[in-house]
Ligand binder design. Structure first.
Ligand code: SF4
Length: 130
């Protein structure tokens, strides 16, 4: 570990867990949280720690849909994914094609990139009647 990595750094974090929108600071040294201020509850402290050590995001995007009343199917990750894997997930989903009809919650891509998170349809789409 370099001298720079050993230096404590302070990061400002806005908690998005509830509408109180607390804003606090988290100090990290050698990859560990050493100080945290400004968060009103345990859920917020857990969020802030995760945000500075292993940030995650819910992925929402679309995949190609064949034979449906829409050309693109909106999809969402069932759980948040590591933020640094989001671009790779989007690239992977760019090659996915789905056949209509689709129901909200249908698994479109299971265990995407081996991350343990399913990508599911976020709405129903009917087939085009022929
Ligand atoms: S720290 Fe707690 S009270 Fe504050 S926004 Fe986060 S969850 Fe809500």
């Amino acid at each position: 570990m370099s001298e720079l990595q050993r230096q404590p750094i302070t990061q400002r974090v806005s908690c998005i867990v509830c509408p109180m929108s607390c804003v606090g600071e988290v100090e990290i040294a050698e990859g560990q949280v050493v100080r945290m201020v400004g968060f009103s509850c345990e859920r917020g402290r857990a969020y802030a720690e995760s945000e500075v050590t292993a940030p995650k995001r819910v992925l929402t995007t679309t995949v190609k849909l064949n034979g449906g009343t829409l050309r693109l199917l909106p999809v969402v990750s069932r759980q948040p994914l590591p933020k640094d894997k989001i671009a790779a997930c989007v690239r992977c989903l760019a090659s996915v094609e789905v056949e209509a009809p689709v129901k909200e919650g249908d698994i479109i891509s299971g265990d995407l990139l081996g991350l343990g998170v399913d990508i599911v349809a976020s709405r129903d789409v009917e087939s085009v009647s022929r």
